[in-house]
Design a protein around this ligand. Sequence first.
Ligand code: PLP
Length: 407
Amino acid sequence: MSEFPVGKIREDFPVLSREVYGKPLIYFDNGATTQKPVQVIEVINQFHREHNASIHRSVNFLSDTITASYEEARVTTQRFLNATKPSETIFTSGATASINLVAFSFGETYIHPGDEVILSTLEHHSNIVPWLMMCERKGASIKVIPISDQGELDLEAFAQLFNKRTRIVAVTHVSNVLGTINPVEEIVKISHSNGVPVLIDGAQAIQHGPVDVQKIDCDFYAFSGHKVYGPTGTGVLYGKEKWLETLPPWQGGGDMIDRVTFEKTTYNELPLKFEAGTTNFIGIIGLAAALEYLKSISIKEIESYEKHIVTYASNALQQIDGLKLFGPTGHKAPVFSFILNQIHPYDTGVIIDKLGIAVRTGTHCAMPLMDRLGVDGTVRASLCFYNTTEEIDRLVEALDVVNTMLS
Ligand code: PLP
C-alpha cells in the first residue's frame, strides 16, 4: 500500500498537524465529522471574500457569478453520484434534513393508516425518528430487518417483511457503529420486485467508496457534506425524477415558489421546489470542492487504501487483551466499535483522549442497535484515508495503557 500518498494527503488537512495535550493529534472520529482540506477551506474563504451575494434572486454581477457556481456544484454532485440529471440533486442542510424531507413528503402522498415502512436494526436515529414521526401522524407502522450476531442484515428475513401494506424501505448503506456495508443493490432488487421504493442513507458510505445511484437503482440517496470533507450545514438528497415530481415540498418559503397569492401558491420546478429559503450556498460550493478533491485523489484509490486500513486495524485490535470488537471484521468500512474488558467506554475514551487520540463513545445515535448488541454503549474509532497504520499502533499502545490503569 506504499503507493497511496497518505503523507502528502495529510499535508492538505491543517488540523492534522496540531497537538492536543502536548501529543500529536490522532483523529479517529471521522464518523462524527471529517476534517477539511485546504482545497475546501480556501474555496469557502474566497467566496466569502470575493463573490458573496444571494443566489437566484438578484440582477447583479456577484449574484450571477455565485448562482452559476452553485448550479455548477449541482452538476459536480450529480456526476459524483452518477445521477441522470442535475435536477435530481437537491441541496439540503445534511443527511438528517434529506431523510426528513422524504419521510414528510413521501408520507404525505403515499402513506395511509395501516401502511408499513421497513427500516433495519442498523439505523442511525436520523433514519428512524423521521419515519416514526411520519408513522405517528399517518397511523402507519415500522417493521425492522434483523441482523446476525456479526452485524449483517438478514436478507431472508427482510424478504419476508413485505406485504400489500409496505410502502417504502429506508436503510443505511454503511453502519455508523459497525462499519457493515449493506448489499444495497440486492436490497433495492428485493424491494422493487415487491413494487416498493428504497431510500438509502449514505451518510457513512459516500466518503469511503464510489456510489453510483443508477447502478444501485435506489429511489432516494441521502448524505451530509461535513462527513465527506465538506462544510457543516450542507447535504444532498438524490431522488429519481419520477418521485420528486410527484412529492409535495416539505418546507415553504422563497425560491421554491412559482407564484404566490393569499389564496394559492404554485411551486417552482425541480430541484428548487425542495430548496425553500436561502440555502447554505457558499457551503454547497465548498461541498462541491470536497467532491472534486476526492475525485482528484480517486475515490477508488481511497477505497482500496481504506481496505488495507481495515485489515490492519482489525488484526491489531483483536490482539488486545480483553477487547471485544463488534460487527464484521473483513468486508467493512473503517469503523471499529469495541469495549475493553469491563471498562466503561467513556473512561476508555477520556484516557486515550489525554494521549492525543480522538474517538467517540456512547450509543452513537443508534440506541436500537445498542439494545440488539446488549450493551449501553461502545468506544468507536472511525478512520479514513488520511489515517495511517502508525496511528493505529498508537491506539493499540493507548489501549494497553487503559488496560493497565483500569482492568
Ligand atoms: N445517518 C448516519 C448513518 C449517520 O451516521 C449520521 C450521522 O452520524 C446521520 C445519518 C446524520 O447525519 P447529520 O447529523 O450530518 O445530518
